[in-house]
Design a protein around this ligand. Structure first.
Ligand code: C5P
Length: 401
């Protein structure tokens, strides 16, 4: 089941330029299973139309406190009671000030007073406005009252300024929403996850690597953190931010990853080898940059250690999960690796199919144990990771009992 399945979310939109991102936010929340009702301030309607939000949410948009028809359909008190969570995105300096002052001069501020649900604010404003003493005092007040503060992020702003005040990206808001509802079912577990590619040096300026983006491993780390696990993420070079709350160990080569994996694995509950580790390294790394003097150049390569197999050979080995990225005979090769590498589970994907696997945002997996297999259908890697983490845990618990 998806984490946001049947969760009732009121999305309050106030009048900032970041309001143009809210249809996508609604779409993504719904994709994760949430039921979304949108409330707009008058200011919001200057940036985006209620019709758009109605179309994407599948529900009528509420925008007036004093509309008799709307009050007949789902009145403001009913809406306040209906919500499991209220997200205000974008939250302008004005709405933050009005909520902090306890005002109820429109539907959104009234809802904030009338609800017992948690309220998350995703601030979006010019960096100077964010830093203004009044705004900071209002935010502090709301923080002390238990409001959740999601952002703001830092970066370029619509007005051309650069600094704090950007609304968090839709993906980050959805992820924070999921974290809010997540069941901390891995609370007592320590997961060690390898992710990303490795780089095998040729000389001081060149290396051999592969197309792994690290997205799948990072998504697994995120899902495990969200489920309450302690997570150590041993990562090759990628351009992703490590999930908040996980311990990141950055490495370059397979040899460095091997060293760190053997260091952390004996303490952990579950070891997930998601990294695309280079099978070979250069036998003699040149100390100086190699010059192009010859028409043909030969590199001697030697096998790298198999990290997952070495961890699986430890006397006190954790529960072992490997990955098999294949371009053909997926089941046969995956089952072969499961046995050969002494693993409990192997997650296989067909990287020959377009739109999934290496460097893509989406993936589809089949999880093999010695006795069964489970398909995880094509979806965003975050969603695939949530299902995978839950399945791994089920297999782990079954092995313990
Ligand atoms: O590359 P291969 O298909 O053998 O990878 C299967 C599994 O083994 C993956 O989980 C991968 O992370 C792991 N592996 C490893 N060390 C290697 C090669 C692969 O941990 N040197």
């Amino acid at each position: 089941m998806q984490i946001l399945q049947d969760k009732k979310i009121v999305l309050g939109i106030s009048g900032g330029i970041a309001a143009y991102k809210t249809p996508e936010l609604v779409r993504r929340l719904k994709e994760h299973g949430a039921d979304v009702r949108v409330v707009m301030t008058d200011g919001a309607k200057a940036f985006i139309t209620p019709l758009t939000l109605q179309a994407v949410s599948g529900n009528a948009v509420a925008d007036s406190l004093l509309d008799t028809q709307a009050e007949l359909a789902m009145g403001h008190i009913e809406l306040a009671k209906w919500a499991d969570l209220i997200i205000i995105a974008p939250a302008t300096a004005d709405i933050i000030a009005r909520i902090a002052a306890g005002m109820a001069n429109d539907l959104l501020t009234t809802l904030c007073l009338a609800t017992s649900a948690s309220i998350a604010l995703a601030p979006a404003m010019n960096q100077q406005m964010w830093h203004a003493l009044a705004t900071q005092a209002n935010v502090k007040t709301l923080n002390e009252r238990g409001y959740l503060l999601w952002g703001p992020g830092c970066g370029e702003q619509a007005c051309g300024d650069v600094g704090l005040g950007r609304m968090l990206e839709v993906e980050e808001l959805v992820s924070l929403g999921s974290d809010y509802f997540s069941d901390k079912y891995l609370q007592d577990q320590h997961w060690v996850i390898t992710a990303g590619p490795t780089r095998e040096a040729i000389d001081p300026v060149r290396y051999i690597s592969n197309y792994s983006s690290g997205k799948m491993g990072y998504a697994i780390a995120h899902a495990a953190v969200r489920a309450g696990a302690k997570v150590t993420l041993i990562s090759g070079p990628v351009t992703l931010n490590a999930p908040v709350g996980c311990q990141l160990i950055s490495v370059n080569s397979a040899e460095e990853m091997h060293l760190q994996a053997l260091l952390f694995a004996p303490q952990c509950t579950i070891f997930v080898a998601c990294a695309a580790v280079a099978d070979y390294k250069v036998a003699n790394i040149a100390a100086q940059k190699i010059k192009k003097t010859n028409d043909v150049m030969q590199l001697e390569l030697v096998r790298n250690h198999d990290i997952v197999a070495d961890v699986a050979n430890l006397a006190d080995k954790p529960f072992m999960v490997g990955f098999a990225a294949e371009t053909q005979n997926v089941e046969q090769y995956a089952r072969g690796k499961l046995v050969r590498k002494n693993l409990d589970l192997i997650a296989a994907n067909d990287v020959a199919k377009s739109g999934q696997g290496f460097n893509s945002d989406d993936n589809a997996l089949t999880l093999f144990s010695a006795i069964d297999k489970t398909d995880i259908p094509l979806a965003n890697k975050q969603i695939v990771a949530q299902q995978l983490v839950s399945l791994i845990n089920q297999h782990y618990l079954a092995k313990q009992s």
